[in-house]
Design a protein around this ligand. Structure first.
Ligand code: GUN
Length: 293
């Protein structure tokens, strides 16, 4: 007998991303008209092909938003000191509002040294310890882009967060851990699972909102999901045939969930969008501080 249960509603990341970009473009245009063009500088060391693709997407998105963007591309054998000096010069440059150091970095450059060299006022990736620490108190200046994008998807879809049981699968510094703190700030009850978690299903089945960011194709399947849950798939995995799939088995989970994000076209477009928002916000803060001085 065929399954007649309705499939979950799709959370359309492309549409929401376009809406958010249109709203923030108004703010970027206002800054351009009143004071100066918001500016983002991306530092990339070496030519990792995946990083190259991400960076090109970010630069193109900046152009569409009216953000002035600059790529500083260094050879893979560049000494750490050269990169740190470049970051410090950008910290002092009033035309640069956001600095992004593309990861990964070659082994001679410490990620910690590079990220901590960025002024927290220009840390539009939200990776500096100051901004990471702000997540604990709810005062971060620039939330990290992917968790910020997930929160935006939920809010714009009208999905309540307060008081909900949230399970996050994956405890990375970039997604899982900051995502957990952002949900906690919104008064959700949070469980963060990771590779050492015993009986993953015990946690996933309890979730009203399930966020999966584990980097493992089809890790979460229908029987692991509560009927009516909201499922957010942060995973982007490329199969040998070139197609993209998430960390969630879409077919079986979409029969149980009330809402689900597709891959591609769910969380992915939001990450770059929130980087643009953080860059415009950094420029707005910079001019507000100048005016107050
Ligand atoms: N490498 C992969 N994802 C990211 C990201 O979001 N920011 C930076 N800086 N590097 C990355």
């Amino acid at each position: 007998m065929s399954d007649t249960r309705p499939a979950a509603k799709l959370i359309d990341g492309k549409r929401i991303s376009s809406e958010v970009r249109a709203e923030w473009k108004v703010r970027a245009d206002r800054l351009c008209a009143l004071v100066a063009t918001p500016g983002l500088t991306v530092i990339m060391v070496g030519e990792n092909p995946a990083s190259g693709l991400y960076v090109r997407n970010k630069l193109r998105a900046c152009e569409e938003m009216g953000i002035r963007s600059e790529l500083r591309l260094y050879p893979a054998d560049t000494p750490e000191q050269t990169v740190l000096e470049s970051i410090r010069a950008l910290n002092a440059d009033p035309t640069c509002h956001g600095i992004l150091v593309q990861l990964p970095l070659p082994p001679q450059i410490s990620v910690r040294h590079a990220l901590e060299a960025i002024s927290p006022d220009k840390d539009v990736d939200g990776f500096h310890l100051y901004n990471v620490g702000g997540l604990i108190t709810g005062e971060t200046v620039f939330p990290p882009c992917t968790p910020y994008g997930v929160m935006m998807l939920l809010d714009r879809t009208g999905i309540p967060v307060t008081g909900q049981n949230v399970t996050i699968v994956g405890a990375s510094n970039i997604v899982g851990k900051p995502m957990g703190l952002m949900f906690l700030q919104r008064e959700a009850t949070v469980a963060i699972c990771h590779v050492k978690t015993r009986d993953l299903t015990q946690y996933t089945i309890a979730a009203d909102i399930l966020v999966v960011a584990a980097g493992q194709p089809n890790l979460v399947t229908g029987p692991m999901v509560r009927t009516g849950a909201v499922v957010i798939d942060v995973g982007i995995n490329r199969l040998p045939d070139g197609s993209l799939i998430g960390d969630v088995d879409f077919d079986s989970v979409s029969r149980k969930a009330s809402y689900i994000t597709p891959v591609p076209g769910g969380v992915g477009p939001m990450t770059v969008t929130m980087l643009l928002c953080n860059t415009v916000a950094a420029a707005e803060r910079s001019y507000a501080q100048l005016k107050a001085a």
